[in-house]
Design a protein around this ligand. Structure first.
Ligand SMILES: [Fe+2]
Ligand SMILES: [Fe+2]
Length: 259
């Protein structure tokens, strides 16, 4: 998986790659740098791309000045380079919740004096950015927090609002709406395979938490960067709940995928 820097707006950049899932499609994996007086990194990409990630991050910010590393959750595709980043950035403080902190302690312990704990609903200052931690509607790990930057009105939504693009030799620049809903459903069926059993009325309430924030842009760990429109993404998420759970290929199908 090759990583690239993609400049967004409001001093925000993505370090992004596309992981090929044989027989399924392509999964975008993003982390984000929010530049400013106190630069903030949201998630740290995958460990398999450590050299490239560290090099690209260094182009965006001097590690000495990186002040905050906010993680969405402790899955390997979000904290793959956390220990490396904290080593390179001695002035950075990790932002997570207690569950995130104790889960990290089992494989990548972080000095508690370098941790700023927050809970869903808490608002904190990260330099000149005012950021609120939010529980997103769908998640695959109990510590998950999305981050809402009030100044840019960007919501960084963790695993929620992801999509899996269909297999193709070329990277699409967009997908038609119908295909994009399918791409979101694919992701929901894989990452939260129980989503089809949730009470739709109660689920709608969790989506309204996002709507009340009134984001102008939704960015997410597994969302291609050509789409960020909240209306499209919320409609796609609600449509995705009806899909079947993903059970994956049989072993024989898997062997044939490998050729
Ligand atoms: Fe996850
Ligand atoms: Fe993820």
């Amino acid at each position: 998986m090759a990583l690239d820097v993609i400049e967004l707006s409001d001093g925000i950049s993505a370090i992004s790659g596309r992981n090929h899932l044989p027989g399924v499609g392509h999964l975008t994996i993003n982390s984000f740098l929010l530049n400013g007086p106190e630069p903030t990194l949201i998630d740290t990409q995958v460990a398999s791309e450590q050299v490239s990630f560290v090099e690209l991050l260094g182009r965006l910010v001097d590690p000495e000045s990186l002040r905050w590393v906010a993680i969405t959750h402790t899955d390997a595709d979000h904290i793959g380079n956390l220990a490396t980043v904290l080593d390179l950035a001695p002035n950075a403080t990790l932002v997570t919740n207690y569950t995130g902190f104790i889960k990290l302690s089992t494989h990548s312990p972080v000095d508690p004096r370098r941790v700023r704990l927050v809970r869903s609903g808490d608002e904190i200052r990260l330099g000149d950015r005012r950021v609120t931690a939010v529980r997103p509607p769908l998640y695959d790990a109990p510590e998950t927090l999305a981050w809402f930057d009030h100044g840019s009105r960007n919501l960084f939504a963790a695993d929620c609002f992801g999509a899996i693009e269909p297999e193709s030799d070329r990277q699409p620049r967009s997908l038609p709406d119908c295909e994009f809903t399918d791409a979101m459903s694919w992701w929901v069926s894989i990452d939260t395979p129980w989503a089809h059993v949730v009470d739709p009325v109660k689920f709608r309430e969790t989506v309204s938490v996002v709507e009340k924030l009134d984001p102008v842009s939704i960015r997410a760990g597994h969302l291609p960067l050509y789409v960020d429109d909240p209306e499209t993404l919320i409609a796609g998420l609600l449509d995705s709940l009806d899909g079947d759970e993903f059970i994956g290929p049989s072993h024989q199908e898997f062997l044939s995928l490998l050729g």
